[in-house]
Design a protein around this ligand. Sequence first.
Ligand code: FAD
Length: 508
Amino acid sequence: MTTPASASAHPERFDVVVVGGGPGGSTAATFIAMQGARVLLLEAERFPRYQIGESLMVATVQGLCKSLGVHEALAETSFVRKPSGVFRWGTGEDLWSLSFTQAQQLDAKASNYALHVERASFDQLLLDNARRKGVDVREGASVEEATLHGDRVSGVVYRGPDGEARTIRARFVVDASGYSSRLFPLVGTRVFSKFFRNVALFGYFEGADRLPPPLHGGGINEAFSDGWMWFLPLRDQLTSVGAVIGAEQASLLQDDHATTMQRFIEACPQVARLLGPSHRITEGRYGRFRVRGDFSYTNQRFWRPGLVLVGDAACFLDPLFTTGVHLSSYAGLLAARSINSVLRGTVEEDVAFDEFQYRYRLELELFYNYVIALYDMNHCGDHGFWHSRKVERCGELQNPEFVRLLTGGRDEPDAYFRAKRGIGARAQALVDQVKRAATPQEHIACSRAMAEELHFAFQPESGPRPFHLGFEDIREMSWGRERGVTEALVVSPHALRPADDWLAWQPA
Ligand code: FAD
């Protein structure tokens, strides 16, 4: 909390201060500035800066980026198009893929691809766009603490490039400072998943082969006995390669990283084949191996008066389904709607932020379900890493607080996982159908059927819910005006829906 020594005598005042210029922070700041509020964004580093999280989702690329106003700029970049998700996973040695059928849901006019990006450039694009939309962006500005007025968070203290501490007063602070956030403890503690207790080792290669058309440019997720690997083409010559293993095996990462990575690669025939002609990059931004714990977690709450958590500051889900940037930027949109509603005076603050938390948790739970299905499905022998990642004996059964938070208090672990028994076998049966698809149309239909079936299989006790909530919301926002969409897809306990301009909430 603020001490008199750290507070400057004449604080600057803003409507909103956003901490962190990653996708979560840029998105929230932009959508708030778009309704005319005074927004300051403080970013500790100077962009472009390195970040992991290079595989994006269709909803982000085709939908949210359109609403932010960077869709055309994005189309002009040389980011690699990702037409589908490609796996060597489950039974069999062959590769199979899932088409991005969500693109059809977004709009017939939207292209059906996602992107692999260099995050340094992608995040810079979003931050520059925030500046253009009127956000006061300060780089090299590290937030040290929040200030309190009574029980309410009333601003932050940051240290700028000149080393001086400055105080900012704001009606709202958005903490989007990622997993190393200093502010999240003001809102509660992080509760960790016992299903996804993983660690990643990653580095970059030059000159790797590519999959042949129609998957050209596509990445691969390949399972092996100790975990799984990603292979993501980022540019013609540049490929991101990472291995995810269990925390219980983290001692493997104490050895020389190059030797350990080589062992993982040799355990993955598809990745090894594509990396055949390549060499590892040893200089510059991509020149070293990095290790990151990628434990999944959720904070107990996502907001308190004056402070809202967005992105990795709030929660994180295992990277298998590449959901990080989608969850952060979608949360940025949801937080912006809640803040805009309060600034407009149309919704009470408690109600507006409960709405944010409710929708954010639904989105997290949806993707959690997909990820546990994929882990439950894979068979690389029933031991070690894979043994403890089966639904019927996962650690989450002894993790009631996590399950209660994930489901918004709806379910206890027993009931929750009882409903999911056999989900891996079901997913495998659906994948077998996808593999047998004879035409691209059949493939798309099978991919979509798989996604829908798994989605509805997950929700037997909670009644019907719209398919892919966040995607539907983003679709409405990005394309709804042109299509005249008026129905409310998600009616929350507060009976709110996005307002006509999609930047705030209004009664459903
Ligand atoms: P960040 O991107 O972390 O941005 C936070 C910003 O806040 C940073 O720029 C930081 O400098 C700044 N900051 C921090 N502290 C302060 C401070 N005190 N003051 C001011 N600024 C501050 N996601 C995907 O979508 N696809 C993937 O393929 C994928 N793969 C992943 C693989 C691994 C191994 C891991 C660990 C994660 C992966 N992710 C992936 C997740 C992704 O990296 C994150 O979810 C995403 O970057 C979160 O965005 P954010 O905006 O919340 O935070």
